[in-house]
Design a protein around this ligand. Structure first.
Ligand SMILES: Cc1ncc(COP(=O)(O)O)c(C=O)c1O
Length: 417
């Protein structure tokens, strides 16, 4: 079947064409002033982004990966320390941990939110670590000190941070948020009795402005947020060859600055972010409504009452995921899988000694998740056609495997039609 109106997984052209004149002016200004690196445009964006995230400071860097690496290093995590995260994330999370000299160790995810499960973290800290007389927490697995946690706000939904922060306080661990997919996401803090933004909760947080993100540059870009001025100063040194004053290098740093053209582009787009996030939430609500007519074969994303997700991705679960992806491809509808192979089973980490069965929830859902088209400009017609095809497939005889129940468990009876 051929379709004249294909539905892309992501439309990156429309928002840029809409802002073309303002975006072009940024480049023109950079050319006319030769202000390419640093300067007032970068500082202006940093102030605006910190304000958007409800944080005191933001430090603009060259990517989300650098943001996370610099945050980990500046927070004082030492080479050889263990940093706890999840296996269900993009590899940049663990690359940043490893490249800061630390060792990633994993805890499994929650089956409904797909984010770090605080109970699994508690279990890890209670049963897989020992506390030395000195008070140091040691991982039994690696024999190394556990000093930090990196919760990942995946798909645009924040982790259950109250529970994570409580455990971190109890065990003296530093929390660094991977907010690379969660610009503007919020969770309701029971402790503070108010909604809190991604990036404002941990000691520091990393954001990515990769073009496809909710706030994307026209190239590579990232930022760190923190409320700690001294920490922000350290991060600024790390991104700029370890110097606060030109050619006076206090430490060995990196070339991790954000250039002024990207900062200018991000400054043009930032005022639209809240509106774009609201549109994503509306699109998600519409998908939920359309999918509610499904007969149990397709599980929509779960948003707890304490969460306001910004739907960087809209991810459903279905038993015959690969079959559904192929069906949608034939129908001219783009999809993605985020992510097909859990990190602990990636070849890159084969020397870390993990095996199949170590993180069963993550392993199970990685074979079932499918990301549907999601962007602010997605139309109601495109959504209706997408869900029609999703449901056609789910109900068809092609999908002969048992359906998933609402809770995501396999139903005891198989689908018959
Ligand atoms: C969860 C997560 N962490 C880290 C990163 C790294 O960001 P970047 O691609 O800007 O380096 C990304 C984005 O790609 C991400 O999705």
């Amino acid at each position: 079947m051929s379709h004249s109106h294909n539905i892309p997984f992501l439309d990156l052209v429309t928002p840029h064409v809409e802002l073309e004149q303002e975006l072009t002016e940024v480049f023109q200004k950079a050319i006319r002033t030769a202000g390419f690196i640093g300067g007032p445009v970068v500082e202006g964006f940093e102030k605006a982004f910190a304000m958007f995230c409800d944080t005191g400071f933001s430090v603009a860097v060259s990517s989300g990966t650098d943001a996370l690496r610099f945050a980990i290093m500046a927070c004082g995590i030492q080479p050889g320390d263990v940093v706890v995260t999840v296996p269900h994330t993009f590899i940049a999370t663990t690359e940043a941990i490893s490249q800061a000299g630390a060792l990633p160790e994993f805890v499994d995810i929650d089956e409904q939110t797909y984010n770090m499960d605080p109970e699994k973290l508690r279990d890890y800290l209670e049963t897989q670590c020992t506390t030395e007389k000195s008070g140091k927490l040691i991982s039994r697995r690696s024999g190394r000190p556990v000093t930090a946690i990196v919760p990942v706000h995946l798909y645009g939904q924040m982790v259950d941070m109250d529970a994570i922060l409580e455990l971190a306080e109890q065990y003296g661990l530093i929390v660094i948020e991977d907010a690379c997919q969660a610009h503007g996401a919020e969770y309701f803090s029971r402790k503070h009795n108010r909604w809190m933004k991604a990036g404002s909760v941990g000691r520091a947080a990393a954001f990515s402005f990769y073009p496809g993100k909710n706030l994307g540059a026209c190239g590579e870009a990232g930022a760190i947020t923190t409320n700690d001025e001294a920490l922000a100063a350290k991060m600024k040194m790390l991104r700029d060859h370890g110097q606060a004053k030109k050619y006076y290098h206090d430490v060995e740093g990196y070339n991790g600055r954000l250039d002024a053209v990207q900062a200018g582009i991000l400054s043009v787009k930032l005022p639209h972010l809240a509106k774009w996030n609201a549109q994503r939430r509306q699109r998600a609500a519409e998908y939920n409504r359309l999918l509610a007519t499904a007969d149990g074969g397709v599980v929509p994303p779960y948003e707890p009452s304490w969460s306001r997700a910004v739907y960087h991705l809209y991810v459903v679960r279905t038993e015959d995921r690969d079959g559904m992806a192929a069906h949608l491809k034939t129908a001219g509808i783009g999809t993605g899988i985020h992510y097909p192979i859990p990190l602990h089973l990636q070849k890159a980490y084969s020397s870390h000694g993990y095996k199949v069965g170590d993180f069963p929830i993550c392993e199970k859902i990685s074979g079932q998740i499918l990301s549907l088209p999601m962007y602010p400009q997605l139309t109601a017609e495109q959504q209706a056609r997408t869900v029609r095809e999703v449901l056609d497939f789910a109900r068809s005889e092609t999908a002969v495997k048992p359906a998933l129940s609402e809770s995501g468990e396999l139903a005891t009876t198989g689908r018959t039609a």
